[in-house]
Design a protein around this ligand. Structure first.
Ligand SMILES: [Fe+2]
Length: 302
């Protein structure tokens, strides 16, 4: 693999992204995606009534709220134990990085507590995600985030739509109460998405509050404030969203990320852990879990 400096990488991704918008690439890629969805339609996992309604809500609204308690996944207790161990080891903000607004747990910490990564591979979550995307999932892993209470207002703290794939599936777990002042995610209901694309002439990138407010009043913005243990299922390609700046306390969350295995922009997809660590972790994975993690190498179901 060729490693490029960050700036070169951003430039390369932008060039590729613009190339992928050209009809010569876009039309066949979209056709192949639609065909894959149609082909997979009768292979989708069967869902319980409750999980089916999660998928329906996601389709209708782009977002669905539940809780760890309501989900009742067997490995949640192990995850919470891992969280308690990792939390004190999260690094403080670096004084040399003026624009820093997130601290992520070190991959070395994540690998020490496999339950954290494995929670995102719980069969039920895979079933919900697969039904929502209509395709087998690629799992990009878990991010343990501390969103810093500071005034930095760049990147994901501005309004945007995620670009990795045509549809995405994210599961966000609140590790603390996320009050209005603790940086809850905000979004504009899905009903407005297509008119916002037009009004903002939006393709990619970030939109400042003033510009957003000029096309949709703040009274239509929605907040995702919630108690510790809240779980948010989200398709960040379907609704304009942003992290509100936390005013008086840092925000602690887990983000579990998924796309299809033929994402629109594969060059934007990256795993939370290096390949060698994934190999170590995967020793006891089921065939399906392996396929979700090593999707780039095209592992086949056994
Ligand atoms: Fe986003």
């Amino acid at each position: 693999m060729v490693y490029l400096p960050k700036l070169h990488l951003q430039l390369r991704n932008r060039i590729l992204r613009d190339l992928f918008r050209l009809p010569i690439f876009k039309v066949p890629a979209d056709r192949s995606y639609e065909a894959a969805i149609e082909q997979h339609n009768n292979q989708l996992p069967i869902l319980s009534e409750n999980d089916f309604s999660v998928v329906e809500t996601l389709r209708r609204e782009g977002i669905c709220f539940t809780s760890l308690e309501a989900l009742g996944l067997a490995s949640t207790e192990k995850v919470m134990k891992a969280v308690a161990k990792i939390l004190p080891n999260l690094k403080p903000a670096s004084p040399s990085q003026k624009n820093q607004f997130i601290v992520h747990a070190d991959p070395a910490e994540i690998i020490k507590y496999p339950a954290l990564f494995l929670w995102g591979l719980e069969e039920r979550l895979l079933d919900i995600g697969e039904n929502y995307l209509g395709l087998p999932l690629a799992y990009h892993g878990v991010y343990f985030r501390k969103d810093l209470a500071n005034a930095v207002k760049i990147k994901s703290r501005l309004w945007h739509i995620d670009v990795e794939d045509r549809r995405m599936f994210k599961v966000i777990v609140y590790l603390d109460d996320v009050t209005e002042d603790a940086g809850p995610m905000e979004y504009v209901p899905k009903f407005f998405t297509s008119s916002l694309y037009k009004a903002l002439k939006y393709h990619y990138g970030y939109v400042a509050d003033e510009k957003m407010e000029a096309v949709i009043p703040r009274s239509n913005w929605r907040s995702c404030a919630g108690l510790s243990g809240t779980v948010v299922f989200l398709d960040p390609t379907s609704i304009f969203h942003r992290g509100k700046v936390p005013l008086n306390s840092d925000r602690f969350t887990l983000f579990f990320d998924y796309t299809s295995r033929q994402p629109k922009h594969p060059f934007y997809c990256k795993s939370c852990l290096p390949e060698a660590d994934l190999r170590l972790l995967s020793k006891n994975f089921s065939q399906r879990q392996k396929e979700c993690v090593f999707w780039r190498s095209g592992t086949r179901r056994g």
